[in-house]
Design a protein around this ligand. Structure first.
Ligand code: G6P
Length: 482
């Protein structure tokens, strides 16, 4: 049972994100409980928050429930309630059926509804108020991701004493796409309330700066956006800070004898094929799962791979299951997997092991160790931490990472086998090349990849961001360090 904290406690560091690191998880018999939430954001921020004495403000993942603040696994949790209507309009609607597809290069068509926008404004205000209540005088508030882009401005208006950071975990699209958004000015204005706005890739920061120039005409110099404020100019920094993982933690996990034994067991369970290929994604249309299955299916059809020497494990964790585009995607993927298994599996070898579940970190590390080829074929992805987790787990300096150019991780992980997932022939060739790559080349590439992931881990990422934030906030007008 989590410990209660006092509802009026204030903190010098406050993280605000739509989803808390834990989701409320009630047993069928009504027993209350909490489980780890899905997605990259939580994966990245959890270790930092455990180290800092801060509070995490966010939603518990269920409708119409109010929870008092409590402590979970060394983190102070401040839940923000959402009603069923707000979940539909702010979360499933505006966040995940307007912004998500728009920011991921309209892979799926975004839907624009004025009611959804109104709910987005309303809910952003509630998060801003909750953050303001939890923040001590002069505290740092770090707002996360596309669901809360209006919070920086709302916070600055009510609490000019705060140091405000924002980090966008997903891509920021080119202006030609962004400009579709009927509320494009309000969103930019919301973000510019922050002292520092962080993006995954340099290209994302560039797209944002361009949108600022086009919509507001403000001057940008390098990473600095000059925001006029009365007679003064407030400097906002907008630049890239590529997010990472707890690389050391993943390596430790992978080195555990029980995890290694489990990796062996996984391979045996698959009938010990020569090559195990692995995909690990939230079940999302941005991840390129269909393209991956198509390529794998054609390789089996053409006899370039056979089920006795190659098997694909696809972990697709459930996500946003009430949003129509996600339902359709699930149906399509499950139809494709069923067909391919029907056509190519034998009694002793399954073509595709499809798992519609999320798994704990231990099981993930075992899967990474068991996989000769890791397939990250996203059509668009802010970073993709799965790619980094795979690399961090491979202390044996083996395994090949096939990585989409359209994932943020491609900027750093240059020694992977880079692919354009839209090019099915190219993807097939890359998969075969990965399966056949000589040991020496695998090791050479993996060593280089590991160096990068170890050097620039999530602790470096947050330290970089927070140093930039403190540095910039001290020179803003009205805030002096004397
Ligand atoms: C991505 C987003 C996060 C989000 C996560 C899970 O990683 O950047 O903001 O929390 O997906 O999605 P969900 O909608 O379940 O929170």
């Amino acid at each position: 049972q989590p410990d209660q904290t006092h509802p009026d406690d204030v903190y010098s560091m406050v993280i605000v994100s739509n989803r808390l690191p834990v989701d409320y998880d009630e047993q069928p018999d009504g027993t209350p409980g909490w489980k780890t939430s899905p997605g990259g954001l939580v994966t990245a921020l959890e270790p930092i928050m455990r180290a800092a004495d801060g509070a995490w403000v966010g939603w518990a993942g269920v409708a119409d429930r109010e929870f008092a603040p409590f402590e979970n696994d060394g983190i102070s949790i401040v839940p923000v309630p959402l009603s069923e209507d707000e979940i539909q309009e702010y979360y499933e609607g505006f966040s995940n059926d307007t912004l998500w597809p728009l920011y991921h290069d309209v892979i799926a068509p975004p839907t624009y509804h004025r009611e959804w926008w109104d709910a987005y404004v309303r809910v952003n205000r509630r998060f801003a108020e909750a953050a303001a209540r939890a923040a001590d005088e002069g505290a740092t508030v770090w707002v996360q991701d596309y669901q809360l882009q209006l919070v920086p401005k709302m916070l600055r208006e009510t609490r000019p004493d705060l140091v405000i950071g924002f980090f966008n975990h997903i891509p920021f699209p080119a202006y030609g796409i962004y400009s579709q958004l009927p509320w494009r000015r309000q969103v930019i204005e919301g973000l510019l309330g922050a002292d520092v706005i962080g993006f995954q890739r340099q290209a994302d920061a560039g797209n944002f700066q361009r949108a600022v120039r086009r919509l507001y005409g403000y001057t940008t110099r390098g990473a600095v956006v000059e925001v006029p404020e009365g007679d003064d100019v407030r400097r906002v920094i907008a630049r890239h800070f590529p997010i990472s993982i707890d690389a050391e933690g993943f390596e430790q996990l992978a080195r555990r004898p029980d995890v290694q034994a489990r990796a062996k067991e996984i391979r045996e369970g698959l009938g010990n094929p020569k090559t195990v290929m692995l995909g690990v994604d939230r079940l999302d249309y941005t991840k390129g799962i269909r393209h991956r299955l198509k390529a794998f299916g054609e390789l089996l059809r053409d006899g370039r791979l056979s089920v006795s020497d190659a098997s694909l494990v696809q972990v697709a964790s459930p996500s946003r299951e009430r949003v129509e585009t996600y339902r359709q995607l699930r149906d399509e993927i499950e139809l494709t997997v069923g067909r391919l298994n029907g056509d190519y599996s034998t009694i002793s070898h399954q073509a595709i092991a499809y798992l519609h579940h999320g798994y704990p970190r231990e099981e993930m590390a075992a899967l990474y160790l068991a996989a000769d080829v890791m397939l990250v074929t996203a059509l668009r992805d802010g970073m993709n931490l799965v790619a980094k987790e795979y690399v961090a787990s491979r202390f044996d300096e083996d395994g090949v990472l096939v990585l989409s150019e359209f994932a943020g991780a491609a900027d750093e992980l240059r020694q992977s086998v880079l692919v354009n997932p839209h090019d099915i022939e190219g993807l097939k060739d890359a998969m075969v090349a990965a399966a056949e790559m000589p040991r020496k080349e695998r090791a050479r590439r993996m060593r280089a990849l590991r160096r990068r992931v170890r050097d620039y881990d999530v602790a470096r990422w947050s330290a970089d961001f927070l140093e930039t934030l403190t540095g910039n906030a001290t020179i803003r007008p009205g805030v002096r360090d004397d």
